[in-house]
Ligand binder design. Structure first.
Ligand SMILES: Cc1ncc(CO)c(N)n1
Length: 220
């Protein structure tokens, strides 16, 4: 079994809860309140800015030029995806860039991006790759799952199509072997450290959708 297969097995219960979450369910059956989706999309634009910076740090830490090129490419792509949201979703809602960028990050968004950046900046390369993997992998799996049902809402369908696309599949399939190759040189405790981050950020993926569903506010 590949190391990444064992990682996925470790989050099966979390992944099931993600698929069952009313936010995710509501994307296909249309029951998701569009104001919750809008809240999520704005937070995701903020998330992608930090995610891209984290990927650039991974690129800088990479131990091969191939990994460097890949993570830098993914970093710039995350910003391009974020920008395309302004031409699609935000335009549909007549939201200006200022309105998006002046929105404070919700607690779960800040929690997630802060964790990613802490691991990217402060911990070894292989641990950071483990922390970033769920961002890729869970979205691809969710996209593939939801595209089978499709959505009654064209905006939700557009979102689903992005993550079920061949382009996104190629991105995920490029990053998984990086983790598997790194794992070949890791001790058991080092692999446990990777799995630890993988599980935490998988939980944060759940929390991110939950944040959108409840339009999470700062309590104070
Ligand atoms: C929260 C979150 N995780 C993963 C992705 C996909 O990169 C995204 N756009 N947003």
């Amino acid at each position: 079994m590949n190391f990444t297969d064992s990682l996925w097995l470790s989050i099966e219960a979390i992944y099931s809860k993600i698929l069952a979450h009313p936010f995710v369910q509501g994307l296909t059956d249309g029951s998701l309140d569009e104001s919750a989706f809008r809240f999520y999309a704005i937070q995701d634009a903020l998330y992608l800015q930090d995610f891209a910076r984290g990927l650039a740090i991974l690129g800088a830490k990479a131990d091969s030029d191939d990994d460097f090129l890949m993570f830098c490419d993914h970093a710039s792509n995350a910003i391009l995806v974020e920008r395309s949201m302004h031409d699609s979703f935000f335009k549909a809602w007549q939201l200006t860039s200022e309105q998006v960028y002046n929105t404070p990050p919700a607690p779960n968004c800040l929690l997630y991006t802060s964790y990613l950046l802490r691991v990217a900046l402060g911990l070894p390369y292989y641990e950071a790759v483990g922390a970033f993997l769920p961002c890729y992998w869970i979205y691809w799996q969710v996209g593939k799952e939801l595209v089978q049902k499709g959505s009654v809402n064209p905006l939700y369908q557009q979102w689903i199509d992005t993550y079920a696309s061949d382009e996104f599949e190629a991105v995920v399939k490029a990053v998984l072997p990086v983790m598997d190759n790194l794992a070949l040189g890791l001790t058991q405790p080092q692999k446990e450290a990777v799995k630890h981050h993988f599980i935490i950020t998988s939980k944060m993926e759940y929390l991110f959708w939950d944040m959108g569903y409840h339009q999470q506010e700062w309590e104070v």
